[in-house]
Design a protein around this ligand. Structure first.
Ligand code: GLU
Length: 485
């Protein structure tokens, strides 16, 4: 049987990084087995619907390259599966469950249910639907039930959970799980407004969409016994289950917005590399064998196994993400400088800077170790593209009486160099000869030369900086600086 998996987010907000991980694991698992990955929007709870969230989910997944293998036609368009398109199906199945004796009508009002919970609270028992004392098919009898239905009395459909016995299932990550039936509530499956709850729609869809593996977050583990009972009630074979570990803040509490960004689009907008971000996300809970940490998507597809997913929560460590991003930065500098240039050019254009791809590539090479995100290059490295702005505080801290003479001396040396053969070594040799001939050390000129050429106290090595600027620009900058004194 070929593998079919789904990512089934509810459109209640942006795509959370935990959701991205769930989607990624489903996607990798499908690809590893040559199977099918689908996207299903679970929007049965209309009260929690947030405008724009489907677009955010779809576009974040697209950015990540996690594209569904099936896109059903919806109206004139194609898109993910959407549960609100399928409500007739859930109603039909709710009816089937009643016919099979595994579901029943219940007519309780919200007030009646509140009173029931209060009674239970007062008696110190866990709040659960009390089938024997409430207004439902069993306490009212078949005739009264039919009469109320004919009258159009609001009725929910509940699941008939056995009073005794156990629900057993196997979780690929967590092993065998056994839950006593007495701990499972008679869950509402179809609300009195005829809309299904998550549980019914989820099980009906997973079955009718022939899902073989349900891979989802740990928070859904408590729902699984209900789902298993539903599969049994319908007489369907349940898919295999795998519940992924929680994502945690560094202090081991559940990952929360209060301690950092949790929306995938925040990381996209900041400019993390897609490959670095996915590589970081995949390691949150999945441990391949050995020490290796850097994996391309193709390698992940090859290596990914659900059996290697941990039970324990995984810490979302921003430092690790930054490290991962710089690893990718280094490798792009060597193997795909063009990709970096492509990302930097628009950020320069936004700031009104026009520069050749070749020059931008040189600046990226020069500065990449000093930034974490490629989007920082335009700000951090602006001094390589526009006339330097002098940091007066820096100037005051390094300037001496003879500084202007030294800078003039270096300017003369640079003027003598061949513009066609102007590189780190030629610049370095000429300036060190000058330094030696004048009985100085490099440290005597380093800061003031940096001040004259870049205006700033921090940056890359000066010889490389001058070499990349080129002879004309270096001469121009130093002259401009001297004129400003
Ligand atoms: N709709 C659920 C969610 O928002 C999906 C749970 C599942 O995958 O079964 O996460």
């Amino acid at each position: 049987m070929s593998v079919r998996v789904r990512f089934a987010p509810s459109p209640t907000g942006y795509l959370h990084v935990g959701g991205l991980r769930t989607a990624l694991y489903n996607y990798l698992f499908a690809k590893h087995h040559g199977g099918t990955f689908i996207l299903r929007i679970e929007d049965t709870d209309q009260t929690r619907y947030v405008e724009g969230s489907v677009d955010d989910i779809v576009s974040s997944l697209e950015w990540a390259g996690i594209v569904p293998d099936e896109s059903p036609q919806r109206g004139g368009d194609y898109g993910p599966y959407v549960q609100s398109d399928r409500t007739d199906l859930y109603r039909a199945y709710a009816k089937e469950l009643i016919e099979k004796g595994m579901g029943y009508y219940a007519f309780d009002t919200a007030e009646e249910l509140d009173r029931m919970r209060e009674r239970q609270k007062a008696a110190g028992i866990a709040p659960r639907y009390d089938r024997s004392s409430m207004r439902n098919q069993f306490t009212l009898g078949p005739e009264e039930t039919q009469r109320l239905l004919d009258l159009g009395e609001p009725a929910a459909v509940r699941m008939k959970v056995p009073i005794t016995g156990e629900v057993k299932f196997h979780d690929v990550i967590r092993g065998n799980i056994v839950v006593p039936c007495k701990d499972v509530d008679d869950q509402i499956l179809l609300k009195s407004d005829n809309f299904p709850t998550y549980h019914l729609a989820n099980v009906v869809d997973d079955h009718t969409m022939a899902i073989t593996h349900v891979i989802r977050g740990e928070e859904w583990l408590p729902s699984t016994p209900k789902h298993v009972l539903l599969y049994e009630g319908f007489g369907w074979e349940a898919p295999k289950f795998a519940h992924l570990p929680l994502l945690l803040n560094p202090d081991k509490t559940k990952l929360s917005k209060r301690q950092g960004d949790v929306a995938t689009h925040d990381y996209i907008n900041k400019g993390y590399f897609q490959e670095a971000f996915l590589n970081f996300i995949v390691l949150l809970g999945w441990n391949p064998s050995g020490e290796r940490e850097i994996y391309s998507i193709d390698e992940l597809v090859k290596e990914f196994q659900l059996e290697h997913v941990n039970k324990a929560g995984a810490v979302f460590d921003l430092k690790k993400l930054e490290w991962m991003n710089s690893q990718y930065m280094k490798s792009y500098v060597t193997n795909n400088l063009g990709y970096l240039v492509e990302q930097v050019q628009p950020t320069l254009r936004q700031r009104g800077v026009t520069a050749s791809d070749e020059y931008v590539g040189n600046v990226v090479q020069l500065l990449h170790e000093r930034i974490t995100l490629i989007t920082e290059l335009a700000d951090f490295g602006m001094y390589m593209f526009t006339d330097p702005v002098i940091d007066e505080e820096f100037k005051a801290s390094v300037w001496k009486d003879n500084s202007a003479d030294i800078i003039r001396g270096i300017l003369d040396v640079i003027r003598t160099l061949d513009a066609e053969n102007f590189n780190h070594d030629t610049v370095h040799n000429a300036i060190s000869t000058y330094v030696k001939d004048n009985g100085m050390k490099f440290k005597d000129i380093g800061n003031i030369l940096r001040l004259a050429v870049t205006g700033k106290s921090v940056g890359a090595g000066m010889m490389d900086t001058i070499a990349i600027l080129g002879k004309d620009a270096s001469v121009y900058r130093i002259e401009r600086f001297l004129n400003s004194l």
